[in-house]
Design a protein around this ligand. Structure first.
Ligand SMILES: Nc1nc2c(ncn2[C@@H]2O[C@H](COP(=O)(O)OP(=O)(O)OP(=O)(O)O)[C@@H](O)[C@H]2O)c(=O)[nH]1
Ligand SMILES: [Mg+2]
Length: 223
């Protein structure tokens, strides 16, 4: 009986995710779902990306948090469109929540939608939100063992941002070993070591983000 309920919930989430995709398809909009543990640097990465790309890319942001609006307030200050989703206890976003947030964004006048999922390396990876790409965010202060211990998100992601690179000398994080483990888990994964503090590596990450934007745009019908 319990299995039945779980399957029903999964099926309902899949249907909502398909509905979100249909809506986004109409606008030719790509959605990036940022997934990482609490404090891994997701909002700071967004702040820095918006600061670097703000004149070339109009961001629409969906902020997932359990209770507060603090991250949304940080991003709103930068002049981007932000919708806050509070899960009231749930450890991840689901497609129905995102389905409620999407129409609150001015979809016709943004170029890219980024969802910052609830800080959690495990549960968010299991829920399709209707996004096009998952991006795993792991900070060098969290330890080199995390890809092996929490493989799903790294397996599902198209890119992995290794944050807080400026702190590397103060940690035992083994960048090359982690690169090797990530490649074994997901050979196609693109890995971006960055520091939002110093800006190191941010250029390559921003270029990757820019490359995702036209994925769903219809080719112009010329004569
Ligand atoms: N030194 C350093 N600190 C960073 C960097 N990026 C983020 N931080 C710090 O890490 C802490 C957490 O950053 P956030 O961006 O709020 O992390 P988050 O993943 O959004 O956190 P949650 O939304 O709570 O899951 C803050 O104190 C940031 O200033 C970085 O590149 N270098
Ligand atoms: Mg955050």
């Amino acid at each position: 009986m319990k299995v039945f309920v779980v399957e029903d919930l999964r099926a309902a989430n899949e249907e909502m995710a398909r509905e979100n995709r249909r809506l986004l398809e109409r606008y030719g909009l790509v959605v990036v779902n940022l997934i990482g543990g609490p404090g891994s640097g997701k909002t700071t990465l967004l702040e820095k990306s918006i600061a670097m790309l703000g004149d070339r890319l109009r961001f629409g942001i969906i902020e997932g948090d359990i209770y507060t609006t603090r991250d949304a307030a940080r991003l709103e200050k930068l002049g981007v469109e932000v919708v806050q989703l509070n899960t009231a206890g749930a450890c991840h976003l689901d497609a129905a929540m995102v389905g409620k947030a999407l129409p609150e964004l001015p979809l016709a006048s943004v170029d890219l939608v980024v969802v910052e999922n609830v800080g959690n390396l495990v549960c968010p990876a299991e829920f399709d939100l209707g996004e096009d790409l998952k991006v795993a965010v792991l900070s060098v202060t969290e330890g080199s063992d995390k890809p092996a211990k929490y493989p799903l998100v790294f397996h599902e992601a198209k890119a992995c941002v290794l944050t807080k690179l400026d702190l590397l000398p103060y940690t035992d994080f083994d960048l090359e070993a982690v690169r090797g483990e990530l490649a074994a888990l997901n050979p196609a994964l693109e890995v971006f070591p960055v520091s939002a503090r110093t800006g190191e590596g941010m250029g390559a990450w921003c270029q990757w983000l820019l490359r995702q934007v036209p994925r769903k745009r219809q080719p112009a019908s010329g004569c």
